[in-house]
Design a protein around this ligand. Structure first.
Ligand code: ADP
Ligand code: MG
Length: 217
């Protein structure tokens, strides 16, 4: 039998945001199409602009603990994105940063706390519950999947991969839902049959987490 050693991993916030920025930019047209169907067609542009600004802000930031980087990312999103997704993701990242405090590294348990705080912030600000056809329907399952994996002692890469798959499935599951929050809710039943753009971009954000894990310092 071979002995396996697993290297402890932690999230690099700077890498997360640049990977998220690249992923969202690559899918910007699709996000815009989804938002054209049930919103005002600006979601791809909103997220692309916001994450580019975040990537720039983080690149010129000094060496800061991950919590402080998340707060800076959140502030930048709030100030650069006009649509609902700016304040929602901005508040989410700021709250995640506050939950991380001055910790030197975002290891599995710290990441669970941070993303759980992000989800709580989104729900507090936007008042959406699961099933309302919003980003909550992707972020909620992601946090649950991550927590289950971390609590079971899985390597962080595996827990994050499970979270990403849960977010993707959550986003797909918004298709038959009727929107009850945000701009899409104005359409009533006509919002049924389209995947929610915010849940779709959220799944990309969670997928990007998996490309931003580095061995702990
Ligand atoms: P806007 O709707 O202002 O144009 P965006 O197009 O950037 O903003 O973002 C739309 C996405 O924001 C939706 O697809 C949905 O996922 C999310 N969203 C909107 N309102 C809420 C809310 N109250 N709670 C959670 N998410 C919301
Ligand atoms: Mg929009």
């Amino acid at each position: 039998m071979s002995t396996q050693t697993t290297v402890d991993r932690a999230l690099s916030v700077t890498t997360w945001m640049s990977e998220a920025s690249a992923a969202i930019e690559a899918e910007a047209d699709r996000l815009t199409q989804l938002d054209s169907a049930i919103g005002d067609g600006d979601h791809g542009v909103n997220m692309t602009r916001g994450l580019r600004a975040v990537t720039e802000a983080l690149a010129s930031a000094e060496e800061l603990p991950p919590g402080k980087l998340l707060i800076l990312a959140g502030k930048t999103l709030v100030s650069t994105v006009g649509g609902a997704s700016g304040p929602l993701w901005g508040t989410a990242l700021r709250r995640a940063g506050r939950a991380a405090g001055d910790a030197e590294a975002l290891d599995g348990p710290a990441l669970v706390l941070a993303l759980d705080a992000a989800l709580a912030a989104v729900q507090e600000l936007g008042a959406a519950v699961p099933g309302d056809k919003t980003m909550v329907d992707a972020l909620g399952p992601a946090v649950d999947g991550l927590r289950a994996g971390v609590e079971a002692g899985d390597p962080l890469e595996r827990a994050v991969a499970v979270a990403a798959q849960a977010a993707e499935e959550g986003a797909r599951a918004t298709m038959p839902m009727q929107a009850r929050k945000g701009r899409a809710s104005y359409l009533g039943e006509r919002s049924i049959g389209h995947q929610d753009p915010g849940a779709t971009s959220t799944a990309l954000m969670v997928l990007a987490l998996g490309r931003a894990l580095a061995p702990t310092p």
